[in-house]
Ligand binder design. Sequence first.
Ligand code: 2IP
Ligand code: CA
Length: 378
Amino acid sequence: MAGLLKALVSASEKAADIARLCRHEEPLFQLLVAEKTGADKNRRFLQDFKTLADVLIQEVIKHDLGTEFPELQGHIGGEESNEFTSAQGETVAVRVCGTVGETAALLGSVLAPEQAAAELLAAAAHRDVVLGDAALDGVALSIPPGDLAIWIDPIDSTNEYIGGCEDVVPVDGISPAGLCSALVLIGAYDRCSGCPVLGVINEPFFRRDPLTHRWQGRYHWGIAYQDTRLCSLSPPPPPRPPPRVVLSRAEGPGVRAALDPLCGGRLHFAAGAGYKMLCVILGLADAYVLSEGSTFAWDACAPHAILRALGGGTVALAEALRARRVGDTGPPPELLYNRPAEGVVGAERWANRGGLVAYVHPQHLEAVLDALVAVPGL
Ligand code: 2IP
Ligand code: CA
C-alpha cells in the first residue's frame, strides 16, 4: 500500500509540475493566454490548449500508475478522453510514449507549429519525481492494487486555472476564487464496493516563493481501508457553532435560504468542487453542500477518501433527504464510485446525481440535513 500511496503522490507531483509549467514557460503560457482572451482560439489548433494540458496530465498519471501497477491497467478513469484532432484533421490519441522524443513528436502533431511547447510538455511528462517524505515511508498497510480502481481529475476548476487570478483575498481563510482553487485529484476506490479508500489532493498553486515568486505546491493524502484510518493531516478541531458551510456560487435560492439561519447569516462561497471539499478537510468549512448533479466521480473520489480518513464522509444529498423523510434513521448513504447511471451517456453516467454533503463531524451533517429536509424540490 505504501507503494501505491507513494505512486499516487508522485503522479500528483508530476501533474502539479505540468500545471505550473504551463504558467511559467512562455511558449506554454502564451497558449493559455490565447485561451483566456479568446484571441486566436481554435485557429492555432482545433482543440483548446487547456484541454490538451488536462489530457496530457491525465495520460501521464495513467501511464505512471499503470507501469508500476499493471493490475490497475484498464481500471484508471478520468474526466478527459485522450482523442484529439490535429490541424490536419487526423485523430491523435494523446499518450506518453517510450521516449521523450516520441512523446514530443506526438504532441507536436497536435500542437503544430508550436514545437517548443510540445518539447517542454514532453520533458515534463518523462521527468522522474523524487519524493522526500518520511511520513509516506512509514505507511505500512497491505491492500492489493488489483482490488482497486482509480479516478483522476487532472485539473479541477479549470476556469480558475485559465483565469489565473493570483491575489484573491480569502474570506475566513476560504478563497472565493482564483488559481489556488485549481487542484489535482487522484482517488482510488474498491472495485467491488465502490467505496473510496485512498485519496491524494495536490495544490499546485498553494503559495508563491517570496524570493523567486514562483508557485510552490503542497499535497495531502488519506487512507480509509477496512478499520484503518491514516491521513497526512490531523482531524479539524471540534465543532464550534455556528457551522460554516461553503457553497457553489451557482447554488439556488432555496438552499441558500434554508442554510443561512443555520450559519448565523454567513454563508461562504468558493470555486471548484475539489477546493470546497478541501476546505472541509482543512477545517476552514464544516460542510460543503451541493444540491445539483454538477460534480462527477473524478471530482469527489479523492477528497471523499481523505474525509473518511478523518472520520467524516460525503453523502448523496437527495437520497439522504428521501431516507429522512420516510423516517429512516440509519446512516445516510455515502457516494459510491463504481456505479454508472443507467440510461445516460458520456460524462453524465458518472455524475453525482442529486448533489452531495461533505463533512468531517457527523453533527454538522445532521444539522445540514435537518435544515434542508423541508426545502421543496430537493
Ligand atoms: C468543475 C469545476 C467547477 C465546479 C464543478 C466542477 O470541475 O471545479 O468550478 O463548479 O462542480 O465539476 P463550482 O465552482 O460552481 O462548484 P472542472 O473544472 O474539472 O470541470
Ligand atoms: Ca473537475
